[in-house]
Write a protein that binds this ligand. Sequence first.
Ligand SMILES: [Fe+2]
Ligand SMILES: [Fe+2]
Length: 136
Amino acid sequence: MDWTEALKMGVPAIDGEHKHAVWLMDRLGEAIWARDPQVVCRLLLDVCDHFTRHFADEERLMAEVEYPMTAAHRAEHAEMSAWIEQAAKAVTANPGLSSPTAVKAIKWISDHLTNSDMLVAEFIRTKRAISMSMAA
Ligand SMILES: [Fe+2]
Ligand SMILES: [Fe+2]
């Protein structure tokens, strides 16, 4: 997946984290092609670390802007976190699982970023537009 302007939320800290997430997924993709289970394993642990921080930051942002679908979004984060943590452990114990696990991680993260996170972005844009028009 490519990092593009379209994926921006307009909140620099979160955009930086998403950019790093896209970078991690690209590295995962390369490790799958290279059939390198050790690199996949290490990257999944990095993904796990990165998303633990990122989900917390994004959840703070959603609370700050009073995003109405925060509960559903948080539940998606919780489900992904639990799965990524399990997946990283499973691959460490059994490197044979690395490719299918990495493929699933890439797909799940990309779907979340392009769908659920972009709904938050849309909400923030609309909210900003309304407050700017009220200030004018
Ligand atoms: Fe999210
Ligand atoms: Fe996100």
